[in-house]
Write a protein that binds this ligand. Sequence first.
Ligand code: RB5
Length: 149
Amino acid sequence: MIALASDHVGIVLKEEIKILLDEMGLPYRDYGAYSQDRTDYPLYGARAAKAVASGECERGIICCGTGVGISLAANKVKGIRCVVCSDCYSAMLSRQHNDTNMLSMGARVVGTELARMIARIWLTTDFEGGRHQRRIDQISALEQGEAIE
Ligand code: RB5
């Protein structure tokens, strides 16, 4: 299950991502916003992030104007590693090396076709583990307030 969320600006891109997920046969849950009425991106970033952190959803894709604000909110939820992405290389490496569990994109930054390509790559690329796992563990330790050196 993929968690989706956006603010009022990102909603158009979120709808495009739904079309992609339908094409890929991947189920999703939309945590809002549900209209273009002006609202606050932290509300929706947090909802989707909590769904991913709790295991209710495996991963999440979120959108706002730049992808920045909603990703900042998502990354405040423990266990979330959300990448803001506007290129395919970072999308792939964020999965292979950083095991990102959420992807954020900006509706005012990326066009529909690029966003679809980024999302497809991000959804189909696996974490490589190995030496990268140690670094993920360090990030998790930081999140718990532990010293890492
Ligand atoms: C809303 O105007 C805009 O600030 C928001 O969509 C996002 O870009 C924030 O990072």
